[in-house]
Design a protein around this ligand. Structure first.
Ligand SMILES: C[S@@+](CC[C@H](N)C(=O)[O-])C[C@H]1O[C@@H](n2cnc3c(N)ncnc32)[C@H](O)[C@@H]1O
Length: 258
């Protein structure tokens, strides 16, 4: 490689390291946008809002947000195409708008990723990532190294973590439910009873039973999780440990299990 080419390649390599060093900033900006409900504010403003309109709605208008911090977060998220911005034709203030990505951040939408963004980027979930190299050196589970126990044990003792985790999982279940229902019609119609093992708060099994009302559905998960499950017609919630026993049924469904 020529000297100039080598210098250029090394410079490029250095830029990549700087990029990855700060890549957490994108996840944190995304999490902030969800916490501040920026997508919801823009949506309820008819699909476009100025920075001061967004700021005036943050926290229900009860506090006076720092516009400079808000502008910095928005600048990063616009570069990452989470939001867009355009100059209005009348020359007024910049208008911030949703993109196909930020539509997934709307809290009250039927299909939303907002709860799992909050869950995956919470300090509780971030701490174990700092134990990656230790896992390589000595093996083991990163979560256990950070907290001295498994996620399920910590969640059973911490109602806030339990809710954060269950809400995060439930929103992803809603998203895949349609795909399962539309692509596995024949299989499901011939089943009399179905148990969702590790079914969380029962979102998936309840939708399956709604579509196949002849079916008896069982949502099976750890006791602290099923205690938070709403009651759905045709679904019984059973708490237990799948490593000891699972309820009897014609078939078992398992989605995203440890
Ligand atoms: C990643 S979540 C998936 C939840 C749900 N299936 C979904 O996809 O939304 C894993 C689930 O397994 C449950 N789980 C973990 N260990 C379990 C055990 N020993 N017995 C029963 N459920 C367990 C957790 O409580 C959690 O709800």
């Amino acid at each position: 490689m020529e000297r100039i080419e080598l210098d250029e390649a090394m410079l490029q390599g250095q830029a990549e390291i700087w990029r990855y060093m700060y890549s957490f900033a994108e996840a944190m900006a995304l999490k902030s946008a969800v916490e501040l409900r920026i997508a919801d504010i823009i949506h309820s403003n008819g699909g476009a809002a100025t920075l001061s309109q967004i700021a005036s709605c943050i926290n229900g208008g009860l506090t006076s947000p720092d516009i400079t911090s808000l502008a910095r977060i928005m600048r990063l998220l616009i570069r990452r195409k989470i939001f867009t911005v355009h100059h209005p034709s009348d020359g007024g203030d910049l208008l911030y708008d949703l993109t196909h990505s930020s539509r997934w951040l709307l809290h009250d939408s039927e299909q939303t990723l907002a709860p799992i963004v909050l869950m995956n980027n919470h300090t509780w979930q971030m701490a174990p990532w700092h134990y990656f190299s230790q896992c390589v050196k000595e093996g083991g589970i990163a979560f256990k190294k950070a907290y001295g126990c498994e996620l399920w044990d910590l969640a059973s003792r911490n109602p806030d973590l339990n809710k954060l985790f269950n809400d995060g999982m439930a929103c992803t279940a809603k998203i895949v439910t349609n795909a399962i229902l539309s692509s596995y019609k024949q299989g499901l119609s011939s089943i009399g009873s179905l148990v969702d093992v590790g079914g969380g708060t029962g979102g998936l099994i309840s939708e399956i039973v709604k579509t196949y009302p002849h079916m008896k559905g069982i949502n099976f998960d750890l006791p602290h999780v099923v205690s938070m499950a709403p009651s759905y017609n045709g679904v019984s919630n059973i708490g237990g440990d799948m490593f000891h026993a699972i309820p009897n049924a014609d078939a078992v469904i398992m989605k995203v299990l440890p």
